[in-house]
Ligand binder design. Sequence first.
Ligand code: T3D
Length: 263
Amino acid sequence: MSTEVATPPVLQEQDSGVLTLTLNRPGVLNAINDGMLDALATALRDAVSDDGVRAVVITGAGRAFCSGQDLRSAASDGELNVRRHLREHYVPAIHAIRDLEKPVIGAVNGVAAGAGFSLALACDLRVASKSASFLQAFVRIGLIPDASSTYFLPRLIGPARAAELMMLGESVEAKRALEIGLVNRVVADEALLKEARALAARLAQGPRSIGFIKHALNRSLNNDLDAQLLVEEELQDAATGTADFFEGVSAFLEKRPARFSGR
Ligand code: T3D
């Protein structure tokens, strides 16, 4: 009988309200398989009801963030039903990132290619290391961008730049990614995880309304002004009912720093 223990495709670590999820197939630059997507979605769904988690960092093990769909496993899967595959594995993972009412930071530690780029795009904020790069690799193998790239990328950097990256399939270095608004910050390679976690820890100490802000931004992507004004009404109504709003106003009046509980 084999005693071999399977390596988890996603590592989990929790500290000071921050859950770090590490994509963990470094031998193939963290290429995505179904086990990785399902583990990612499960960890994020578990975080919904875990009061100990108030922010999430997603990063990659080794020298890459994520090289996209594992092309070896895709190639060996003779009867791949790509529609079903996207719907059953990619869509739940993307939704798990977007639906979690807690901030998710992509700590992009190396190349983010194909659906790996998409995963980074689905995060709320992106911190990249100096040596990180972003590659819409899909066109290089005759595919279209998927896993939410065609949704988030034009909204983030504009349709013309998105078309260029998607159609030419050229690599974007971290410095350029910062210039075009693809990432929020670029930091030294060795400081990446520390900086991303520090940012996450700061958010983790913030009020419950950070989750509502995420929800409002999700909805603003498709709404017209009037619809979004209604969303603001609804969420502000919810925010004024939180203990953190009470604490925020009390702290202001008492001239002391607020101590938010996330409730
Ligand atoms: O099935 C569906 O649902 C369809 C969905 C598709 C979504 C997609 O993501 S399609 C796009 C898939 N990704 C790619 O096309 C990127 C493929 N990788 C690369 O182009 C390059 O590896 C990189 C530019 C990312 C990095 O290049 P480099 O030179 O730094 O590293 P490398 O030598 O190419 O890769 C190192 C190893 O990782 C190598 O294995 P080896 O030779 O040492 O045994 C390489 O084969 C492996 N690897 C890298 N990416 C993948 C991969 N193995 C499987 N799948 C990969 N995506």
